[in-house]
Design a protein around this ligand. Sequence first.
Ligand code: F6P
Length: 548
Amino acid sequence: MFKSDKNKTKAWKKLESEYKRFKKVEMRDLFEKDDKRAEKYTLELDDLTFDYSKNRFDENVLNALLNLAKERKVEEKRDAMFAGKKINSTENRAVLHVALRNRSKKAIKVEGKNVMEQINKVLAKMKKFSDAVRYGEFKGYTGKKLTNIVNIGIGGSDLGPVMVCEALKRYWMKDINCYFISNIDGTATAETLKNLDPETTLFIVASKTFTTIETLTNAKTCRKWLVDALGEHAVDKHFVALSTNKEKVEEFGINPENMFEFWNFVGGRYSLWSAIGLIICIAIGFENFEKLLEGAYAMDEHFKTAPLNKNMPVIMGLLGLWYNNFFNIHRYCVVPYDEYLKYLPSYLQQLDMESNGKGVDKDGNFVKYSTGPAIFGGAGTNVQHSFFQLLHQGTDIVPVDFIVPAISHNEIGTHHEILLSNVLAQGEALMRGKTVAEAANELKKAGKSEDEIEALKKYKSFTGNRPSNILLLKKIDPFSLGQIIALYEHKVFVQGAIWNINSFDQMGVELGKQLALNILPELQGKSFALNHDSSTMSLIKKIKNLRK
Ligand code: F6P
């Protein structure tokens, strides 16, 4: 679409020339020349501030990027999603996680049917059940309150719930504890179950398809653990399922009355707003879960209605794409300065990389341009002491999103002020850097000799001109968290729309699953390994020997 001459679009070409004009411009000069830069390039929504001024662009670049969004019909594509059109083209499905948090009374229709009715019905069921568990009305088989809630799921059926539960830990009911089993590694199950009492444990088996081998295997192990302790009759009081697949839920041995339904128009990595959020409701209460939905809805409305140049997800998406496709930077870092948000980078990894890690466009052509970047991150200030060296002085530039609440849930002494000063310092350091001359000057002031200055000045210099965004919020609460998650969802959408890829399937995970199914019986000695490369063959042999 973009790189072959035939298809290179006007806005894309303009951006190529903008890149040539602009690539050497230093952000520190832009700030010096324009003392209104931060004001100009900051957006606000409720208590959320998005400062994108420390990025490598000027008004001309921004206009060219906005023209690209128009040319690639981002607004029309967005409207098609909200209108329930089947934009997941390879699976012929609508994409309606936005309907799950539609707090208006407006209908959203798929093929003429208002999906809000079924969504609200399940939400009501989630409220009833989560209240009953929280207040001890729905008890375990032996009559004890269920206080240990274990979510068994993987990917989108795990990362959203675990990230949100952890982020909102301060809102948990006092006597409720949440656990998450995702990995097929038996250690995950063993380490979780070893401290639990079957009589007070509720298992939530979360799987959109209810065919995922990791989840079903873990769920079977947990079911056996429960039945061994309390008997088969206890299952109804200790197991619920979240799924789109009623048949498989029944087949597994969970009462369909204990099933919370969702639908194919909800992608796994977009599902925390659906029944998949049940553990969140139990932990923080349905009213708080509704606030999470409200926050996401506020961002949805902003995305739908704000003009492109004032639209947070659009600007965020465009800047990411600017680095990805014009600076050839194919990595992206997210650093929340908040311990409660420590799982956000892992969550965003799936959201972004499973959505936009695609190589075929919506017209069925192999793409000739880069799509989704590799996402990584971790909580600050911890990561300052691990990978930030590379962010500051490495040869590869990595754009960073810093996410920080102005107020901590744990304002102890000066902890939070130290944390805040660090996040601001990181953004400033990445942007400004330190020239060799500045480094030399500093060394001189510190009393170093000429020889020492000469030897050290380059090592002590920082190229700077490294981009970062700051997302500043007042406090991590359900509403602000909902806003942030939806912001990232829509950023991913904007980029996928411009790249003309389907951000809503995940066929890239299939091949590995398929091959694992062949290898499993070979490892178990039930069939012979024949059709593998020599490396895989020899590893199968070695593993079998080691496990004898
Ligand atoms: O393997 C990828 C994937 O399909 C994800 O997209 C999904 O979130 C995860 O597996 C779990 O799937 P399920 O909810 O159907 O168990």
